[in-house]
Design a protein around this ligand. Structure first.
Ligand SMILES: Nc1ncnc2c1ncn2[C@@H]1O[C@H](COP(=O)(O)OP(=O)(O)OP(=O)(O)O)[C@@H](O)[C@H]1O
Ligand SMILES: [Mg+2]
Length: 298
């Protein structure tokens, strides 16, 4: 099967400033792919090229089987992108916005209404269904914006930091919607600042730094690059007495635990798993700018 996204040698320069410098990546149909990188790495720039909104300086990009520069209309017909706030009409209600987009996308009036009601429920907006969008809070508007990108199930869905500014409850709803879509065959390409989000959602993760992909793999493979679990011995007052690396196997863990004897005076033992933050630090030599961890998965 040909890839849903095929990027070769993508270069994007703004004047003398080269943002993407030979980007290569392939995403299989139905895969959830997360692009991670520090602020300013070029994630949004990459999404803009992949969604036909920005022309590449060099390289080839094919999405859903079509070239973004020679067949942009064919590509647009098969994709959806979040962050299209411009598509939200303030003077219409939430339902009207969703129904209108459904009708424009070829749904029957009945199907468009059903889809609108389903999405409003999914994104906890049912109570606000008949309110004009101009009365919405920022968070409600963001959720409606996300709901709009799910009106018609696209072949490839692009989400640029989909959960930034979204409350924890809606974030869980969104993750569920993304997984459901992917299970039904939609390819999902997302960027996120929450490495834990990539860990939970993505089949594969690519790390963007210095205009190139510096590493690609499953979350587990990337974690393996920075070693396995570490046994941490805590003394009284939670002070860390010792950290003992394991090889990740049950037998290895047992050997480590056997080494601990009463003379260690350990009050408690915890197991620390490598996080994608550790991966990022070891690959790029820099911590992320934003080290916040969403509460519910911390
Ligand atoms: N239209 C433009 N003209 C000039 N420079 C631009 C333009 N768009 C982006 N840049 C520059 O390209 C670089 C990458 O920006 P981009 O928005 O793609 O990064 P990002 O990875 O999405 O960052 P963030 O995590 O903050 O969203 C930045 O240095 C930015 O200033
Ligand atoms: Mg961005």
């Amino acid at each position: 099967m040909s890839p849903a996204i095929d990027v070769r040698g993508l270069r994007v320069s703004f004047g003398a400033h080269t943002v993407l410098d030979g980007l290569d990546l392939e995403v299989a149909p139905g895969e959830v792919f997360a692009l991670l990188g520090p602020n300013g790495a070029g994630k949004t720039t990459a999404i803009s090229v992949l969604t036909t909104l920005l022309a590449a300086t060099a390289g080839t990009v094919r999405v859903a089987g079509h070239d973004v520069s020679s067949a942009p209309v064919e590509v647009r017909r098969r994709i959806a992108l979040t962050g299209q706030s411009a598509a939200v009409d303030d003077m219409l209600t939430a339902t009207e916005n969703l129904v209108m987009l459904g009708r424009l996308s070829g749904l029957t009036p009945r199907a468009a209404r059903d889809r609108a009601a389903e999405l409003l429920a999914r994104f906890s907006l049912s109570d606000a269904a008949d309110k004009r969008v101009k009365t919405f809070s920022g968070g409600m508007r963001r959720r409606l914006d996300l709901a709009l990108s799910f009106v018609v199930v696209p072949e490839v869905l692009f989400l640029d930091e989909p959960t930034t500014g979204v409350d924890p409850r809606s974030r869980l709803d969104l993750w569920e919607v993304i997984r459901t879509l992917a299970d039904a065959g939609t390819t999902v390409f997302l960027t996120t600042q929450y490495l834990e989000e990539a860990d939970l959602l993505a089949d594969r993760v690519a790390i963007l730094d210095g205009g190139r992909i510096v590493e690609t793999g499953t979350p587990a493979q990337l974690k393996a690059l920075v070693g396995s679990d570490t046994v941490v011995l805590h003394g009284p007052d939670d002070v860390v007495l010792r950290e003992i690396p394991t090889d990740g196997s049950v037998a290895g863990l047992r050997r480590v635990l056997d080494q601990i004897d009463d003379t260690d005076a350990a009050a408690s033992v915890t197991l620390r798993r490598p996080t994608l933050d550790d991966v990022f630090l070891s690959l790029t030599g820099a911590p992320r700018d934003d080290a916040r961890i969403p509460q519910e998965i911390a």
